[in-house]
Write a protein that binds this ligand. Structure first.
Ligand code: SAM
Length: 253
């Protein structure tokens, strides 16, 4: 990862596709998210800055960043979704809760879409992680990306940081790769997600206790757990090939 972001190496050469020959298959998922063939791009809220080594390019004078689906479960989910590609993301200006924020790879693209440059869309992304190292990177990212609120906390212990989430959120994503992922997600959804809100659970099968049926069985058991908790599964997206051993559940409550 290129970090800190002000390092010279993060200033990458910008390719221009203004002539349009590579843009024939492009379509928009939102004002800031564009699909071009098999690649997804977001309108860069911090121009000339590459967050994690992703390529930049200009289209009609505006700079986009390539969303690498092998570095982001959300990016992989968008690439692989067959039914919900237009629904997986929150709306611009929404309030979002992200559990397991890591170093901010996915969050940077989410921010391009929810907040935009200088938070022109008025969005808010509350980014929780229990690693102080990740928090340091997220705090730095938040200075470049207003609307991003880093929180040092354990997704299992709402009492320690729940006060940072003043109102229920529109969209919640969890990517914590630790045992008990479904239970942690269900509790978070019940406490923090608005009725009718969107929830995304990135599940790593290897983090759970394996049963004889391997990852297929784990994915099936988690599906049942989510349904038993009263959540509607809009799509279960297998990320195999982009994020092996992972499945992304898109639910509504
Ligand atoms: C796979 S990484 C997240 C990557 C990030 N979602 C992305 O796409 O850019 C998992 C993160 O979850 C964090 N984590 C693990 N258990 C956690 C917990 N109980 N509460 C909060 N964060 C946790 C780890 O510190 C790690 O940064």
């Amino acid at each position: 990862m290129l970090w800190p972001p002000e390092s010279k190496s993060s200033e990458v050469k910008i390719r221009s596709h203004d002539k349009g020959e590579h843009m024939a298959k492009k379509r928009r998922l939102s004002w800031a998210v564009m699909v071009d063939g098999r690649s997804i791009w977001t309108l860069n809220a911090v121009p000339k800055h590459s967050q994690y080594g992703e390529s930049l390019r200009k289209f009609r004078g505006e700079e986009y960043r390539r969303w690498d689906p092998t570095r982001s479960k959300l990016g992989a989910g968008l690439s692989r979704s067959r039914q919900s590609q237009y629904e997986l993301l929150p709306n611009e200006g929404d309030t979002c809760l992200y559990l397991g924020a890591g170093h901010g790879t996915s969050i940077s693209h989410l921010h391009d879409h929810v907040c935009g440059a200088n938070n022109e869309k008025g969005g808010r992304i509350i980014a929780v992680d229990l690693s102080p190292r990740c928090l340091r990177d997220l705090v730095h990212l938040s200075t470049l990306r207003p609307g991003l609120v880093p929180v040092l906390g354990d997704a299992r212990k709402h009492s320690a940081w729940g006060i940072m989430v003043a109102n229920k959120v529109d969209w919640l994503l969890q990517d914590v790769s630790q045992a008990g992922q479904a239970e942690i997600f269900i509790k978070a959804v019940k406490r923090f997600l608005k009725p009718g809100g969107k929830g995304l659970l990135s599940l790593k099968a290897a983090s759970e206790r394996f049963s004889e049926g391997g990852e297929r069985q784990v994915f099936g058991q988690v599906r049942e757990q989510l349904e038993s908790a009263g959540l509607t599964i809009e799509e279960q997206i297998d990320l195999h090939g982009l994020e092996d051993n992972h499945c992304l559940y898109f639910v509504t409550n």
